[in-house]
Design a protein around this ligand. Sequence first.
Ligand SMILES: [Zn+2]
Length: 66
Amino acid sequence: MIKNKSDEQIIQKFPYRCPYCDEVVSYEEMDLKLGENEIVCPSCKRSYIKIVDPSSTEGHLRRYRK
Ligand SMILES: [Zn+2]
């Protein structure tokens, strides 16, 4: 059994959807910080708060550190 594939899988920023219009919002270009981030939906221009949980970004920080 070869299980290499799952080990190499990078923790992806899974897509989030706007709570108002249900459009997928890409956080790629946004500079998210830990804690509360005010996000303005590109589709409906309404803003909401996204909480960034330190545990969910850990994989990311690790990648940058290297
Ligand atoms: Zn929206």
